[in-house]
Design a protein around this ligand. Structure first.
Ligand SMILES: Cc1cc2nc3c(=O)[nH]c(=O)nc-3n(C[C@H](O)[C@H](O)[C@H](O)COP(=O)(O)OP(=O)(O)OC[C@H]3O[C@@H](n4cnc5c(N)ncnc54)[C@H](O)[C@@H]3O)c2cc1C
Length: 489
């Protein structure tokens, strides 16, 4: 089978989806291909969710430029898209004279990068702000413009807005090769047939260097996969801290942090370890132990008894240390975003805005006369007042059926997730769009009921509903059609 489009984007992470959304404002047929079963299946679903203020990146680098520009865009963007975001602020804590020197460097970089609202404070001032901090903290950089966001909900909203404006998304499609055609444009080989496109855009995260090297072997890029592991704790009755608290950064990254999440959970991590396999998101005892060693330094009294899950994500670290963004050298009509490690989430809106403008100008794309306005997802039932909940149930009785008890998610919200522009097609896809299964029960009670609703709403047979795409089936058969059915399929 052969498919054609004007613009083909590889990768439905936060960068690919933000770019698809920006380009959907121009008259062109656009397709996004991803080897995952949903958007945000790579680094964009498994990161710290921090909207960094921009004091860490080296002045003059693309990281510094896009981080600061992107962070400025977050409040309005998240408001427009209805994505959870909170400007909670941050502290970078120091324990020694050497750390104090590092904080001075960060402050200076921040000033050069144009980050407002930063100052160095004493250990006592830091403990006034965050009373559970280690008494050994001697100094801290207070950053008022740092925030937190739900990274996968941002990615879904960007994808939905792009889809509303005509972008088609194709999941479970792995791109294996890309070749320029003598007549112009590109031939893209995938696990599900070939594609022809006029413009090719590589936003393939962990695999972005591989695609770059196929097009541009003379100027090769190299990505190291740097895994970061986390603890996610249940929502505490009393928050042990209110800001994101970092330790001083090292050559391996921004260091281990403790942070509230955009939904009020407690996040601890990430570790940093270089690995070979770009898909290996395992968690290991040694990785988690290394996280706790650092966390205890920041907050000695923090208990992890309420840990509800662990996960890991892979940073795409390019050898040059900076983002690589723009036209692929020597390949007319090909563009790329390579090595988008942290602060890639914070930078994504600005990367997409700048790259789409550059592509539109170079490729003479015409803006559409009319764009479809984005409709925010319904307000979560659990955030409504009792009166609003009553009203919602009267309008749609499916609000009256609680499916996920831990997170208080109703049938109406799961139905809505199955009918979004980029719809949920698996248990995890529902979980990330609605939070059903995100709580301390981790889907133990609600998964079968979510599967039932998903099957009813999408027409996917119940036996074919997966946890997370691929072969991750939940059911092997029914009592009348026993397990062999799945084995023979
Ligand atoms: C542990 C960790 C913590 C982080 N913390 C932060 C933070 O707090 N703040 C911040 O700003 N940034 C943070 N980041 C960085 C941020 O997560 C990334 O920069 C961002 O998610 C990158 O988005 P992306 O779209 O480039 O890549 P991805 O989200 O990885 O998307 C790439 C997509 O391409 C697809 N793909 C790859 N190869 C192929 C192929 N051959 N065919 C088809 N599809 C393909 C993948 O399935 C994937 O969906 C963190 C990253 C990690 C790993």
């Amino acid at each position: 089978m052969e498919n054609t489009c004007d613009i083909l984007i590889v990768g439905a992470g936060v960068v690919g989806c933000a770019l698809a959304r920006e380009l959907s404002r121009y008259s062109a047929s656009i397709a996004v291909l991803d080897r995952g079963s949903d958007a945000a299946e790579g680094a964009s679903k498994a990161n710290s969710g921090i909207v960094h203020a921009g004091y860490d990146a080296v002045p003059g680098s693309l990281k510094a430029k896009y981080n600061v520009e992107g962070a400025n865009m977050f409040p309005t963007l998240c408001e427009t898209l209805g994505v959870p975001y909170s400007p909670c602020g941050a502290l970078v804590v120091g324990f020694s004279e050497e750390d104090r020197g590092t904080l001075d460097v960060l402050l200076d970089r921040g000033l050069q990068n144009g980050v407002p609202g930063m100052r160095i404070i004493s250990g006592d001032e830091a403990r006034d702000l965050e009373p559970n901090l280690n008494p050994a903290v001697t100094c801290a950089l207070l950053v008022s413009t740092s925030g937190i966001v739900s990274p996968y909900e941002l990615t879904f909203a960007l994808a939905d807005d792009a889809a509303l404006n005509g972008v088609s998304f194709h999941f479970d499609v792995s791109v294996s090769a890309v070749k320029p055609l003598p007549v112009g444009g590109y031939l893209v080989k995938t696990s599900r047939g070939d594609w022809h496109c006029r413009l090719f855009i590589n936003c393939a995260g962990a695999s972005s260097a591989d695609l770059h090297n196929q097009l541009c072997p003379g100027v090769p890029l190299k990505i190291t996969h740097r895994r970061g592991q986390y603890y996610l704790l249940d929502r505490p009755k009393e928050a042990p801290f209110s800001r994101t608290i970092f330790q001083c950064p090292s050559a391996m990254g921004k260091g281990v942090l403790v942070s509230p999440t955009a939904h009020g959970n407690v996040l601890l991590g990430p570790s940093a370890e270089d690995i070979d396999d770009p898909l290996d998101t395992a968690v290991t005892q040694s990785g988690l132990d290394s996280v706790m060693d650092r966390v205890r330094l920041t907050l000695p009294g923090l208990s992890i008894r309420t840990n509800i899950t662990n996960f890991s994500g892979l940073r795409a670290h390019e050898e040059g240390g900076d983002f690589v963004i723009g036209p692929v050298p020597g390949c007319p009509g090909a563009y790329e975003t390579v090595g988008i490690e942290s602060p890639g989430l914070s930078s994504a809106p600005a990367i997409a805005r700048a790259l789409s403008a550059r592509i539109a100008e170079a490729e003479s794309l015409s803006p559409k006369k009319i764009c479809v306005p984005y409709k925010k997802p319904l307000r979560p039932f659990r955030e409504m007042t009792p009166e609003e909940q009553q009203e919602a149930i009267v309008k749609d009785p499916r609000y009256g059926t609680i499916i996920c008890r831990c997170e208080v998610i109703t049938e109406a919200e799961i139905v809505a997730a199955a009918h979004r522009p980029v719809p949920a097609r698996s248990i995890d896809a529902v979980k990330r769009r609605t939070r059903a299964g995100m709580g301390r029960g981790q889907g133990g009670f609600c998964s079968p009921r979510v599967a039932d609703i998903l099957s009813r709403e999408t027409g996917i047979p119940l036996l074919d509903i997966t946890k997370n795409g691929g072969e991750s089936y939940l059911l092997t058969g029914t009592l009348t059609e026993p397990a062999e059915r799945r084995n023979q399929a």
